[in-house]
Design a protein around this ligand. Structure first.
Ligand SMILES: Nc1nc2c(ncn2[C@@H]2O[C@H](COP(=O)(O)OP(=O)(O)OP(=O)(O)O)[C@@H](O)[C@H]2O)c(=O)[nH]1
Length: 723
């Protein structure tokens, strides 16, 4: 048995060992052991937060379209400030992309906080950086992160220019009143056109080109100017150490030893280990067991001071206790809560079931733990006669859903079946409106007894940025997905004059476009190869170096429309990518609800409905969906000893049918020679027995068949690409 102090030291070693990447933390650590006493020195990598009043603190985020280089820039900033050593990122792995899923897919899915120390103008500064995800599904992460900041680096790839998410994140940061520092990245690439893209920033956002920094996050060129601009341009936070404690909780993590770790921004007051605090939201009381900063891993500090961003551990056990947007205060000294966040709104729902139904409790526990680090997922219990007990989860999009699935498998070793994604529909009855996110609960609208007045489906306001030559294709794509209010205009000033299209009402409209854009932007804008939507695939997105050279000198257009959400959780992304040769970028925001002609489709195996396979479809697509699914089922269901009809039904009407022929046992095999009548008798007996089996038998659809049918896209409408 090791003495207590040795165990403590080992625990410290363990904690400072990076879990998912190769940052050589021991470069920074020196643990001094003494055998004569239970002392061990704190790691040299420590921060005296008391030395950093508000005026030397800068809190900022890096925001950008997907793959424009946020995490790479974060690496360079961490290196430049000596927070990590250069060799940590030798393999060009993004240090803040800590999750396996992020590393495998090359995308950020979770905002990460990191503190840095940097001396400028003779003063040591504490810089708190939050690296945010770029994909539209994680927009909630971005807006939450921005609440802890006073400034944002708006990073734009100098080869690709402004993309759909560049516009949306710009507006989110602007609405929050943040100082925006525009930065053009990837200027090392031969295809980069910094002057042209700077002009585009001016025409799109009204940004003065002289404010635009030009860097290569990969080579480090110009990154020191970014550090300088952070200190010079971003205002320090406000806060008063003498005021009552107000700590804003903006994110949480889970640690298996310490439970919930909350990320907080201190507005006023000072927070120390041992302090007794309470939550404005839950009114629960806690004792703070640890405070610290992310440097970039957790480094305990003596206190957290006003304006600082850091973490606290206080024995919170449940995810519901760490309410995102909560205000923590000193026990007995209540304060007015700070404005919180709009809760994340689930856009896509799916059932998650364990492959082995005995594993449900374990699965539910894993989901609870995982939702602590991904607070945008909603969870409800669900049970299915085919798949047993499971959970119905709400996600922000299909990529989000797929990432969550992968994290459950990677981090919790879960073996699961995920049902087809569905969006939340509104069923309007005479006296009430019900939100339905599970197809099994959707009523038979054609049945007058159901008393349904109408059904509404969620729609989104979508914007697609695409080179002009693909505009027709994109319009076609939108129309084929029931888009309405289609509109377009040119992103680039020169082309805009040629376009008579009116500006759209979509949020991404460039309201800030100056009335007199520069002539330089009339020049053709290089086309782009965005991977925004490619990331919905499991394959890693193309690296910048793999970005194809521009093939067209056509200007780019922004196409806006209203489109049913259910249409973009199907094959929309795939088609967008293939029909624009990968050059389109896509963004959307909530557009409310619209009345729609929808129906519930059920699948019958041997005339019995299988609840886990039910879908809600638009009537115009019901034939196509029915046929595709029935064919898919026909492929994966093992043959039975009797013939099995596989049917798709809407209401009482059968839309599509396939027949799974019976497995034929050769009952005459043992009859050598034999009499003809004897053979016939055997065959007759077999037929009768099959008839009996068909009558009494029910088809057992093995879990693997579910797995197959739900995990093979086949481009069928009615399901999302989850794998
Ligand atoms: N040539 C070149 N490549 C770069 C530069 N910056 C980033 N990249 C590459 O661009 C790709 C995407 O970079 P990331 O840093 O992961 O981009 P990101 O914006 O964090 O991506 P998401 O978090 O998924 O939105 C990686 O392959 C980087 O190596 C640069 O300045 N020059």
């Amino acid at each position: 048995m090791l003495p207590g102090w040795r165990q403590a030291c080992l625990k410290v070693f363990h904690r400072y060992q990076p879990a998912h990447h190769s940052v050589p933390y021991f470069d920074h650590l020196s643990l001094n052991f003494s055998t004569s006493a239970t002392v061990w020195a704190l790691p040299q990598k420590s921060v005296r937060t008391e030395d950093f009043p508000c005026d030397v603190i800068r809190n900022f985020s890096i925001i950008a379209h997907i793959d424009h280089g946020k995490s790479t820039l974060a690496d360079r900033l961490l290196e430049l400030t000596g927070t990590i050593s250069k060799k940590s990122t030798g393999t060009n792995q993004q240090v803040l992309d800590k999750l396996k899923v992020e590393r495998e897919r090359g995308i950020t899915v979770k905002a990460q906080t990191a503190s840095m120390l940097h001396t400028a103008n003779g003063k040591a500064h504490l810089l708190n950086l939050i690296d945010t995800p770029g994909h539209v599904d994680f927009a909630w992460e971005v807006s939450r992160s921005l609440a802890a900041c006073q400034g944002a680096l708006l990073l734009v790839d100098a080869t690709q220019g402004v993309q759909a998410q560049s516009i949306s994140v710009f507006h989110v940061a602007k609405e929050r009143g943040l100082t925006i520092i525009p930065v053009l990245n990837k200027i090392d690439l031969p295809a980069s056109q910094p002057e042209r893209i700077a002009a585009q920033l001016q025409s799109t956002f009204g940004i003065d080109p002289s404010d635009v920094l030009q860097i290569s996050a990969k080579t480090g060129k110009g990154v020191e100017h970014v550090l300088h601009a952070i200190i010079e341009r971003i205002p320090p936070p406000h806060g008063n150490a003498d005021e009552p404690l107000k700590a804003f909780l903006f994110d949480s993590l889970y640690d298996r030893y310490r439970g919930v770790i909350s990320l907080v921004r201190i507005q006023d007051g000072v927070l120390r280990k041992g302090d007794k605090i309470a939550s404005c939201h839950t009114r629960k009381k806690y004792e703070v067991t640890e405070v610290g900063v992310m440097y970039p891993e957790e480094v305990p500090t003596a206190s957290l001071q006003p304006g600082q961003v850091g973490y606290i551990a206080c024995n919170m056990k449940e995810s519901s206790e760490a309410h995102i947007g909560d205000t923590l205060h000193r026990l007995g000294v209540p304060v007015d809560p700070m404005p919180g966040f709009q809760p994340a709104k689930a856009m896509v729902y799916a059932g998650v079931f364990p492959v082995d139904s005995n594993d449900f409790i374990k699965l539910e526990e894993s989901i609870k733990r995982l939702t602590l680090t991904d607070r945008s997922v909603t969870v409800q219990r669900e049970s299915s006669s085919a798949l047993g007990q499971g959970c119905r989860l709400g996600f922000l999009g299909t990529l989000h859903m797929d990432v969550f699935r992968q994290r459950l498998e990677d981090e919790y070793d879960a073996s699961i079946i995920v049902t087809a994604p569905t969006v939340p529909y509104k069923v309007v009855y005479k006296d009430r409106t019900v939100l339905v996110s599970n197809p099994t609960e959707f009523p038979d609208v054609s049945d007058t007894a159901s008393k349904v007045k109408e059904v509404q489906e969620p729609v989104v306001k979508a914007s697609i940025i695409v080179p002009e030559e693909y505009l027709g294709e994109m319009m076609d794509l939108c129309f084929s997905h029931r888009a309405e209010d289609l509109d377009h205009r040119y992103l680039d000033a020169g082309a805009a004059s040629a376009s008579s299209a009116s500006t759209s009402s979509a949020s991404t409209s460039t309201a800030s476009t100056p009335s007199n854009p520069p002539n330089s932007s009339t020049a053709p804008i290089p086309t782009t190869h965005t991977t925004a939507d490619a990331t919905v695939d499991a394959s890693p997105p193309a690296t910048a170096n793999a970005t194809p050279a521009p093939t067209s000198s056509a200007p780019r257009a922004i196409l806006t429309c209203t489109i049913p959400l259910s249409e973009i959780v199907t094959d929309f992304f795939d088609q967008l990518k293939s029909r624009s040769s990968g050059y389109a970028s896509f963004d959307y925001e909530d557009g409310g609800y619209k009345t729609s002609d929808l129906a519930k489709m059920v699948f019958l195996l041997n005339s019995k409905p299988v609840d886990a396979l039910a879908l809600i479809v638009h009537r115009s697509a019901q034939q196509h969906v029915g046929r595709t699914w029935v064919k898919k089922l026909h492929k994966v269901i093992p043959r039975q000893l009797f013939e099995v009809p596989i049917q798709a039904a809407v209401g009482k009407k059968i839309i599509a049918r396939e027949t799974l022929s019976a497995m034929r046992a050769d009952v005459t095999a043992g009859l050598y020679g034999g009499h003809y009548e004897r053979k016939m008798k055997h065959l007759e007996n077999q037929k009768a027995s099959k008839r009996r089996m068909k009558r009494v038998g029910s088809v057992e659809l093995p879990q693997e068949a579910f797995f197959d049918v739900l995990s093979t896209g086949a481009g069928a409408k009615g399901r999302g690409k989850t794998r």
